[in-house]
Write a protein that binds this ligand. Structure first.
Ligand code: FES
Ligand code: FES
Length: 158
């Protein structure tokens, strides 16, 4: 690798200012995992499963398809930022309570996608179709999705 082609980016991750020098081809998921943010799962690595979902400026994205060099000046949120003082967030609590966490591989991505969905301006309550459409990019092999829909509904009532 020719070091002259490296880029430096500055961003915040879960509220903390960070700076990285990296190859422009580095996927964001690779960068975040290499810095210990292991909630980001490498599922398919081609944008199909949503296991690598993070929020960038509040928008849910597949971090396996997003280049780390694009995050300059942006704010990244991952599941690690959801727990404060050792207490998990309301969304995480709702997932656990509903039985939507089975093998758990999809859960970090779903929690972040749910956070983005709930933050969108919408008429309450979401319809089932709106929830399914909102989380369509996040696959779950275990739950059959109804419990996940119920989880979003429960969060909306908080
Ligand atoms: S690992 Fe990114 S969408 Fe599957
Ligand atoms: S809980 Fe296993 S993939 Fe969703």
């Amino acid at each position: 690798m020719n070091h002259e082609s490296w880029v430096t980016v500055a961003c915040t991750i879960n509220g903390s200012a960070q700076q990285f020098t990296l190859s422009p081809a580095t996927p964001l998921s690779t960068l975040l995992r290499s810095h210990g943010l292991l909630s980001i799962k490498q599922g398919c690595s081609v944008g199909e499963c949503g296991a690598c979902t993070v929020l960038i400026d509040g928008v849910a994205i597949d971090s396996c398809l997003y280049l780390a060099s694009w995050v300059d000046g942006k704010s990244i949120s991952t599941l690690e930022g959801e727990s404060v003082g050792g207490e998990i967030s309301k969304i995480q609590q709702a997932y656990a309570k509903s039985g939507s966490v089975q093998c758990g591989f999809c859960t970090p991505g779903l929690v972040m996608a749910t956070k983005a969905l709930l933050a969108k301006p919408h008429q309450k309550p979401f319809t089932v179709q709106e929830i399914r459409r909102g989380l369509a990019g996040n696959l779950c092999r275990c739950t059959g999705y109804q419990m996940i829909v119920d989880t979003v509904r429960a969060c909306e009532q908080e």
